[in-house]
Design a protein around this ligand. Structure first.
Ligand SMILES: C[S@@+](CC[C@H](N)C(=O)[O-])C[C@H]1O[C@@H](n2cnc3c(N)ncnc32)[C@H](O)[C@@H]1O
Length: 216
């Protein structure tokens, strides 16, 4: 497969909601760490020296990477870039910031050992294309590590349906009804390991969640 052209700046850099979303992520940073930090620490324990992270936002995951790790950050919302750079400095991360989308990553085929996605496949406009693109840049045996929220069934699913539209507006496209586990399982990885869990938080629509590894 040929290398796609870098896609440049993204429409998500909406002057109002782009900033609002960046401010929200910064405000929730510590809360998210308390809720899922242990799980992320275990998942990200033996990452290589270079990691591609799609949609890193304001850098919630940088604290879990070894200082000195080179993080290629695929982040289209330019309002995240300042806080993301600051977080990289705080945690001793060597940041390569790219204003690209996960659907069109400007990296060659099979050039990456590990990729990370947390709470991103709910938001990207085309999650199937994003996972396909991550798989393209991973080398055979390379890993996608993920923590994502997914659609629920039954009463919780009905609540998600009610919350979906305002949630999607406020969080810039975040769709609480996506079947992201299916999207990852359908993406032709050699193996996929998924654990499902419930996050104990007030943010009910973003439960249940999945954490796991997909190996190319
Ligand atoms: C809910 S935030 C999650 C941020 C961070 N990963 C975390 O766990 O806190 C979703 C992130 O995905 C980014 N995003 C949205 N569309 C994207 C796309 N097409 N490609 C890559 N990132 C995207 C947003 O700008 C935002 O930073």
């Amino acid at each position: 497969m040929s290398r796609p052209e870098p896609s440049g700046e993204h429409s998500l850099s909406n002057p109002v909601r782009g900033r609002l979303n960046a401010a929200t992520l910064r405000t929730l940073d510590l809360y998210a760490h308390l809720l899922v930090g242990g799980r992320k620490q275990a998942l990200f324990a033996d990452l290589p020296e270079r990691v591609v992270e799609i949609g890193p936002g304001t850098g919630a995951n940088l604290r879990y990477y070894r200082p000195g790790t080179r993080v290629v950050a695929i982040e289209p919302n330019v309002h995240m870039h300042g806080p993301l750079r600051a977080a990289a400095r705080r945690h001793g991360i060597d940041l390569e910031l790219r204003a690209e989308t996960a659907e069109r990553i400007g990296l060659p085929d099979a050039s990456v050992d590990a990729a990370v996605s947390t709470l991103v496949l709910c938001t990207v406009p085309d999650p199937v294309a994003a996972v396909r693109e991550v798989r393209r840049v991973l080398r055979p045996g390379g890993r996608l590590l993920f923590v994502e929220h997914v659609r629920a069934d039954g009463g919780h699913g009905r609540m998600q349906r009610l919350a979906a539209r305002p949630w999607q507006w406020f969080f810039e496209g975040c769709d609480v009804r996506r079947d992201t586990e299916r999207t990852i399982r359908d993406a032709d990885f050699a193996s996929v390991d998924v654990q499902r869990f419930t996050m104990r938080s007030a943010f009910l629509p973003i439960n249940p969640q999945i954490a796991g590894t997909a190996i190319r």
